[in-house]
Design a protein around this ligand. Structure first.
Ligand SMILES: [Zn+2]
Length: 327
């Protein structure tokens, strides 16, 4: 399987020197409050340090002094320390310093003092003052842009995430999954995943972490969200769109929702995929062998089986791949 290092970056990490101070005492968090009632939108990037596309799009937005017409707009860079830890093997920075920031949200009150836990505690107040969160990410392998809109077992919260994604209009490929056994994502934290809440969140995978195209996808998603909530004047949004590195050529159209119907967990030390899957593949026929675990063949259980996030490092007890069904 291709390792992330196999991809040569077409972009450089965002320069965030001007955005360190923040507006309310939290480094790299900028909050613009119109003083008028309205939607409270939170745009976040760099949950994973090496995923530069969202940071490039949000830094460009900050340069436009985006004071909203109503409601509030919060712009944050979640893990700049990881983003700035670049090297020849990780030219855009590293995914995290101590642990994955997108797995710590279920244990914020732990005694542990990992870099990411401390940062998540700093960011926690933002989750309580937000109606809609867009968390911008990038993928390890080339894939079509997609939005993770909720957890399958939280139907009302899932409906809110789906409605938010449909309101933004892109990406059109929407995923409902079961989260991760290894920890809670920001998208699935507190008010965003509560069936009783009213806040909505989507995690957008813009494309490959190294790709210029992913930056344009991030610009497009941000501009669409700002337009959907009527937060910024049209001429400012036009100027912002023109800052994108390449014009977005996004497929738009009706959204498709895929639910993770089954999780394949690695059972032996001899797990291997039948092909070099990158994710997003649709296997037409039920009964197609997609992997071997020891001597056991693993076959698709239904037609049009969507492969979600196949692992590049199959280890016993971890998730190998999720099998998605179109609903
Ligand atoms: Zn990510």
């Amino acid at each position: 399987m291709g390792k992330p290092e196999a991809y040569i970056p077409e972009i450089a990490q965002a320069d965030l020197a001007d955005w360190r101070a923040g507006t309310h005492g939290i480094p790299y968090v900028w909050r613009f409050d119109s003083g008028r009632l309205g939607p409270r939108l939170w745009l976040n990037a760099l949950t994973h340090g090496n995923e530069a596309c969202g940071a490039l799009a949000l830094a460009a937005l900050l340069r436009r002094h985006p004071m909203p017409l109503h409601g509030s707009l919060t712009i944050s860079f979640a893990n700049p320390t990881a983003a700035f830890r670049g090297s020849s093997s990780d030219p855009l920075g590293v995914r995290c310093i101590d642990e994955d920031l997108n797995r710590v949200w279920g244990r914020l009150d732990d005694r542990l003092r990992s870099h990411e836990l401390l940062r998540a505690r700093e960011l926690r107040p933002l989750t309580k003052d937000c109606d809609a969160l867009i968390d911008l990410h990038a993928m390890t392998h080339p894939t079509e842009p997609l939005a993770i809109v909720g957890l399958m077992e939280r139907r009302r919260a899932l409906a809110r995430g789906r409605a938010l994604a449909e309101r933004i209009g892109f990406p059109t490929l929407l995923i409902a999954d079961a989260g991760h056994a290894s920890g809670v994502r920001l998208r699935d934290y507190g008010p965003f995943a509560s069936d009783d809440g009213s806040a909505a969140a989507v995690l957008v995978e813009c494309g490959g972490w190294w790709e210029r195209r992913s930056v344009s996808v991030a610009f497009d998603v941000v501009a669409r969200a700002l337009a959907a909530f009527e937060l910024l004047p049209g001429d400012l949004l036009d100027a912002y769109r023109a800052d994108a590195p390449v014009a977005p050529a996004q497929k738009t159209g009706p959204t498709r929702l895929v639910e993770a119907a089954r999780t394949i967990t690695v059972a032996t030390d001899r797990f291997r995929f039948a092909e070099n899957f990158h994710g997003d593949e649709i296997i037409p026929r039920a009964g197609t062998v997609i992997a071997w675990d020891g001597d056991e063949a693993i076959a698709t259980p239904f037609d049009s089986c969507f492969l979600m996030f196949p692992t590049t490092k199959p280890q016993k007890g971890t998730t190998a791949v999720r099998l998605g069904r179109f609903v």
